[in-house]
Design a protein around this ligand. Sequence first.
Ligand code: CP
Ligand code: NVA
Length: 303
Amino acid sequence: MAKRDLLRITDLSREEIDHLIERTAVLKSRSKKFRTPPLQGKILTLLFEKPSTRTRVSFEAAVLALGGKAIYLSSEHTQISRGEPIGDTAQVLSRYCDGIIFRTHAQARLEEFALNSRVPVLNGLSDRFHPCQILADLFTIQETLGNYQEIRVAYIGDGNNVANSWIEACGRIGFQLALAFPPGYDADREVLKETRDLYPDRISVFSDPRSAVSGADIIYTDVWISMGQEKDEEQVRQTFAGFQVNSELMALAKPGARFLHCLPAHRGWEVTEEVLSGPQSAVLSQAENRLHFQKALLEMFIR
Ligand code: CP
Ligand code: NVA
């Protein structure tokens, strides 16, 4: 059977996403050990070109819990740092292990890596997408609201990798997605068009975050400056003024709406401490659920 990669959410069908979310619930509730651990005898490599807390540790812990072994490689300690082509790295690493989780600067680099790998490659974040995060977030939403289709999600802030994956998730699931970006910080135009063509009435882009959050079940934000996209901080603060998720903005959402953030968060920038640590915030369960979801993902992709 040909190997399969997860480079973006559109690599999965709607049915596969449903299966993964159902399976995550089972894996989260399961306290006993597996009779035959699904990753017994398997080796997974985590190759990271950017820092990580959640993605790294949740994947490593998931691999260990499923009976496999994990090797973590920071790219600066590999020959990548001395200019070895990414295709050569992929060809060699994929002869040593059964799957690779790659966090990288560029989606094109991830695609080239996957093309040269004999074993499945999972996107651990690129400049364009963060599929494992948003798929795990769908589970958190299922757990919190009871479903992930009849909902309205408001994404406020930078049109980055996280926003692009939200747009692709909307294209697969068909929930209502309201986005608000400051001028010049839009999401990927191509990704937006693909989802708009599928669901023209389910996705809307606002310039005013207050319109986006109106009636929302989920308010989501992410950092204003992503890794590898360092900019003038003062300029960014000025541009994003009005896009902070604070109590006033939360008050415009549905009563009982929940706040999500992929973390790490910058208090006083994209979100206030009051919201991040307040009763509507589900960010810690959200972070925990990366672990449970990724177990389901590894079961599906690593054979
Ligand atoms: N949310 C997330 O991917 O966090 P890390 O950068 O810590 O992995
Ligand atoms: N958009 C952020 C997500 C971090 C998990 C970044 O790429 O830095």
